[in-house]
Design a protein around this ligand. Structure first.
Ligand SMILES: O=C(O)CCC(=O)C(=O)O
Length: 292
């Protein structure tokens, strides 16, 4: 054809501008292929998206190949960032463990089921005597009750993060604290001297914060680093290590040492909410599978 140069692509005659466009496209695709490969790898292993860790994840994946796994393992590469908040007690924070949408789904499931939170009583204690210790509302939810699958997803990820099988976990205790509501400092383990013989113990506690709190509502560890451990400590006092609730963050702490004895620094509680509302889902992890 006069005045127009033409070439051949895959046996078809094509004009010069089209060849140019195809070349530019080919260059762009070639240039971005490493990026595409990363995206494919990430989605293939269904790693939840942690936007703030995107660059780090990108670097980490560069040289990673999936290793051979055993019959009970899998080929998923999980990225669960964590920060050690304390060694006494052993406490970890998992930022952005769950998404805002997942947190909201758990709140809406719990909202209609709330009743005043109760306490396990020591020998000789009455509910009236202890009514000011824990003033939140809450409910117990098992993953079977959640048709959205969110609680099952949290349990699955939690089991991976702790390497403690799901069968050791109690049902989720979803709590709502309104202004002024709190939980005085307490232990999650049940000292048999105070509570009578126990079949198993709450060896660790996992808290998923379902909401931000404008002010107050921190989870506190007054004896962190063996501080304030004296008879003058008032169990209402909100001191020591304070963890600020942030929607989607998860806190894990151990109430027992690896040798099975109680860690006295694991005393903890919830500071009163000063502004806003606090929602949290607690899962107590037992030291025995058959815990009930
Ligand atoms: O709400 C919190 O931050 C602490 C909850 C707690 O201590 C518990 O459920 O045992």
């Amino acid at each position: 054809m006069k005045g127009r140069s033409r070439g051949r692509v895959c046996g078809h005659q094509v004009s010069a501008p089209l060849v140019l466009v195809l070349c530019v496209l080919a260059f762009l695709v070639g240039y971005f292929i490493p990026e595409f490969q990363q995206v494919i790898l990430v989605t293939k292993h269904s790693i939840p998206s942690f936007s703030s860790f995107a660059n780090q994840r990108h670097e980490l994946l560069e040289d990673v190949t999936v290793a051979e796994h055993g019959v009970t393992g899998d080929d998923q590469l999980s990225f669960i960032p964590f920060q050690v908040l304390s060694w006494t007690p052993r406490a970890l924070l998992f930022p952005k463990f769950a998404s805002p949408a997942q947190c909201e789904a758990i709140i809406s499931l719990a909202k209609t089921k709330l009743t005043p939170s109760s306490l396990a009583l020591r020998k000789g204690e009455t509910a009236t005597e202890t009514q000011d210790v824990r003033t939140s509302h809450g409910c117990f939810l098992s993953s079977r009750q959640d048709k959205t699958g969110t609680l099952a997803w949290v349990e699955e990820k939690m089991a991976k993060a702790t390497m403690i099988p799901k069968s050791h976990g109690e049902a989720f205790n979803v709590l709502r604290y309104e202004i002024g509501q709190k939980y005085n400092s307490h232990y999650d383990v049940f000292n048999p001297a105070e509570y009578g013989p126990q079949k198993s113990q709450r060896m660790a506690s996992f808290l998923l914060y379902l909401s931000d709190v404008e002010e107050g509502g921190e989870t506190m560890f007054p004896f962190e680093n063996y501080e304030h451990m004296n008879e003058n400590y008032d169990y209402k006092e909100c001191i020591g290590l304070k963890v600020k609730p942030k929607q989607g963050d998860a806190l894990l702490f151990y109430s027992m040492f690896p040798n099975g004895t109680f860690d006295k620094t694991a005393l903890h509680g919830s500071c009163p909410v000063i502004k806003g509302e606090k929602w949290v889902a607690t899962k107590w992890i037992r030291d025995k599978e058959d815990w009930s």
